[in-house]
Ligand binder design. Sequence first.
Ligand code: UDP
Ligand code: MG
Length: 313
Amino acid sequence: MDKISVIISCYNEEESIPLFYEEMERVRKQDFAETEFEYIFVNDGSKDKTLEEIKELRQKDGKVRYISFSRNFGKEAAMLAGLEHAEGDYITLMDADLQDPPALLRQMYDCIKNEGYDCVGTRRVTRKGEPPIRSFFARIFYKLINKMSNVEMVDGARDYRLMTRQMVQAIISVKEYNRYSKGIFSFVGFKTKWLEYENIERVAGETKWSFWKLFKYAIEGITAFSTTPLIISSVIGLLFCLVAFVLILVIIIKTLVYGDPTSGWPSMVCIMFFVSGIQLFSLGIIGQYLSKTYLEVKNRPIYIIKETEKDEK
Ligand code: UDP
Ligand code: MG
């Protein structure tokens, strides 16, 4: 009998968890008569009653397992912890807010079982219910990163996916500290099928992603899977050297022919500002990569577990 592990990362989801569990159980009873399940709730340092809610479920249902972090380590860390602790043959990642409909699971499972895929991912074809400005920047981000990186990032792809044990093992073997899962999923390869669905708004609670957090996540994605920005800054530097060289020639000739009236101070200031701006920008890019390298070299644990269901007596 196959076993499916459902990994749910939770950060302040006390309201969503009971609703999620109810819906998931409904789907399981309806669509999966002959499959074993385990639910792994990863409590990512929630500040509300998330852990209590999970423990309550654990009391009445032995399928429920949990991992509770010592603080908030972020969704990437939560997903990794879930993957590392899952025992199933097929493993799926879900959000607690029911934006990843469990009802799709049967179809995903069939694709892997009958059509020979290793992974079935989901992507939203609409971004309904999202602020337009956020969708706009998301589009630009995907355009940019796909130009700059060899690894393909699918626009609208969610983390919700069902994977074989083999693929999960490959993902776990990617040991980097700065994890950008969407990139890692493509990086490990394997045959992936995409199911499309309309965006669904969360059932309860609110999104944990502010615009600033998303912006930082986007930079994470770019620096983790592309070194193109480094090349861009070199090219800009080179271009400016060329321009400067031509200008110097022009000025020398002009001085020799027309003498040297002291003019052009305002334009000089503009150029100085512009060029030093570019320099700082390039330095910033290098700094990004350097800081990533710094964090990788330190080799800190990606998450720290405070307790799991195994600690219970
Ligand atoms: N999440 C998490 N750690 C965090 C932030 C979010 O585990 O630091 C979880 C959250 O509980 C939810 C999922 O990640 O189950 C997706 O978060 P959210 O719904 O806020 O993001 P959105 O769907 O709006 O992109
Ligand atoms: Mg959500």
